[in-house]
Design a protein around this ligand. Structure first.
Ligand SMILES: NC(=O)c1ccc[n+]([C@@H]2O[C@H](COP(=O)([O-])OP(=O)(O)OC[C@H]3O[C@@H](n4cnc5c(N)ncnc54)[C@H](OP(=O)(O)O)[C@@H]3O)[C@@H](O)[C@H]2O)c1
Length: 537
């Protein structure tokens, strides 16, 4: 039986034993990143005074330190435009951790040792001298702190700045992609790239081309924080670690699948960004299609990055891009109007600051997709996402086919609901199975009941934040939970025809919905036409 460290466990002080039964090999064992501590390295946060660093990266690094997952040599260099001393930068990070960490208050002893590993480099992205300074600094850190030339560059800046930054890194000799490029450089170089990855197929290809002029594909870690939420491993264990589910995971037993990413928040002051982006680009292109791919993929040969990504890509390749007519029939776009969400009044989307008063941008999207594979032919996959909806919930709901014979209806019982398996991703990660049970007493009354498993109450382990998992994975060199260029481009190939049809007005009209509802009536009609209804998590 093996005992493994898991991020999150350290925070609760719980010992975490992950039992590996002698008879059934743990499917995550091979390549399990959590069995390893990363090699000494320096993480350079490019854009270290921005919102992402404040809300996500600083807390993630502190929690990794708190959990004992970082090697003692680990060093952070913040790089940004404003003039800050090392001390002032550390104070900013300290305040960020105090405000946003899942473990609070900040422990003084842990912070003191973390702060010693933090430095700040001021610089403009267009200035080669700033990158020359950075090169010198990293060489000094390698010497003084023993970071062995291992570097992780985190591009915590809007994507429009990525090409210039990677060019500057290369020009400053900071990118070592194997011995061929720089025989003098020892150690590895990796780059984490934040979404959005382009705004359509052409721009995603362009961005991939520009980054891959400098980095090899195996050095590029495109982050989708949904995949860091334990989701992929949980789904993989559920499907491939149990004998029960895999035999029914196909068109013979499954009637349809719904993937919901529902948010209660509106656009939170990001009017300029959102009015150019919309729900399809912001959520469906990455999170929803990645969930679809993980849910529907074939068992990988091994649980490791290349096999997993190959299988996900196969699913995406089997999703047929829509014609213009199919867009009008199989998609719905919506925009929220005034309403109430959780007791708070919400203004119409068009009245948000920096949103055009006649904006056609969708804050809601629903699609019916077909996966043309042996396993999934004929099973519709309904995807929906929206802002200012009734509930915050991300889930995959599997609706099973009805029993072949309505035995109990003949005996007078009311008609039975189909079985549903709901895989909740957030909040309150868990799995719910809904089935029919006899109501106790005389007669034959049948009612739907739930079997409800929650990770939170079954395991005394506090789940790590997605950014903790993903940063650690990147340091270890495990790309399983990051998106490969071909997956990304295929996702755009699926969505480009929808975007084009919507933007030309040929893909159906924009439907309005009340904030705090479950979206436009047209989305309900999309399912009603198929004799189905949306599940409301
Ligand atoms: N914020 C989030 O929670 C979040 C979540 C998911 C994904 N993302 C993604 O993460 C990325 C970063 O977002 P963000 O919200 O953190 O951006 P941001 O707040 O605008 O921060 C940008 C950072 O880049 C620096 N910068 C900008 N132009 C520069 C230049 N010419 N030279 C040097 N430094 C420059 C800024 O430095 P100064 O401040 O010193 O000017 C700042 O540190 C985006 O791709 C975003 O989509 C963000």
């Amino acid at each position: 039986m093996a005992t493994k460290a898991v991020p999150g466990a350290a925070a609760t002080g719980e010992p975490t034993d992950v039992a590996t039964p002698a008879t059934a090999p743990n499917p995550l064992r091979k390549g399990l990143r959590l069995e390893r501590i990363p090699e000494p390295c320096t993480m350079v946060i490019i854009g270290a005074t921005g919102d992402l660093t404040e809300r996500k990266l600083a807390p993630a690094l502190y929690n990794l330190m708190l959990g004992g997952f970082l090697p003692p040599e680990f060093t952070v260099v913040g790089f940004a435009r404003r003039d800050l001393s090392d001390v002032a930068f550390r104070e900013r990070l300290h305040a960020s951790v105090g405000d946003h960490s899942r473990n609070r208050p900040v422990k003084a002893s842990i912070w003191a040792s973390f702060a010693r590993s933090v430095e700040y480099q001021r610089g403009e992205f267009h200035d080669p001298n700033a990158f020359a300074e950075l090169t010198k600094r990293l060489a000094r850190i390698d010497r003084d702190r023993g970071t062995a030339g291992n570097r992780l560059f985190y591009l915590a800046v809007p994507p429009v700045l990525h090409p210039e930054i990677v060019r500057q890194l290369a020009a400053a000799g900071l990118v070592a992609s194997g011995e061929a490029r720089d025989a003098r450089h020892k150690g590895w170089t990796r780059v984490i790239v934040e979404k959005p990855f382009g705004s359509d197929l052409a721009s995603a290809r362009q961005l991939n081309r520009e980054i891959s002029e400098v980095f090899n594909e195996d050095q590029i870690y495109r982050i989708d924080h949904y995949l860091g939420k334990e989701t992929v491993q949980n789904l993989a264990v559920f499907r491939f670690g149990n004998g029960l589910f895999e035999p029914i995971w196909n068109r013979r037993y499954i009637d349809s699948v719904q993937i919901t990413v529902a948010e209660t928040v509106g656009i939170e002051g990001r009017g300029e960004f959102y009015d150019q982006t919309g729900a399809l680009r912001d959520i469906v292109q990455n999170h929803a299609l990645q969930l679809l791919a993980v849910f529907a993929m074939e068992p990988p040969i091994e649980f490791q990055a290349s096999d997993l990504r190959d299988e996900k890509l196969k699913v995406l390749r089997a999703v047929k891009p829509m014609t213009q007519r199919e867009v009008a029939l199989s998609t719905v776009r919506g925009q929220y109007q005034a309403g109430w969400v959780a007791g708070e009044q919400v203004s119409p989307y068009r009245e948000e600051p920096e949103v055009a008063p006649d904006s056609q941008r969708e804050t809601y999207a629903a699609l019916k997709l077909a996966i043309q594979s042996w396993r999934w032919a004929g099973v519709p996959f309904y995807l929906r996402t929206g802002k200012a909806l009734a509930t915050r919930a991300t889930e995959i709901a599997v609706q099973f086919k009805q029993a072949p014979l309505a035995l109990f209806e003949r005996a007078g019982a009311s008609s039975l609901d189909p079985n549903v398996l709901a895989i909740r991703i957030q909040p309150d990660e868990g799995i719910l199975l809904r089935f029919g049970a006899k109501v106790p007493g005389p007669g034959l009354q049948i009612r739907g009941v739930n079997m409800d498993f929650r990770y939170g109450s079954s395991f005394a382990v506090d789940s790590p934040d997605a950014y903790e998992t993903l940063i650690l994975d990147c340091m270890i060199g495990d790309a399983s939970l990051f998106t490969r260029a071909d997956e990304l481009e295929r996702a755009w190939e699926i969505l480009d025809p929808i975007l084009t049809a919507w933007e030309s007005g040929e893909g159906g009209e924009l439907h309005f919905y009340e904030a705090g509802s479950w979206g436009p009536a047209a989305a309900d009609e999309l399912l009603e036409r198929d004799g189905r209804t949306w599940r409301h998590p």
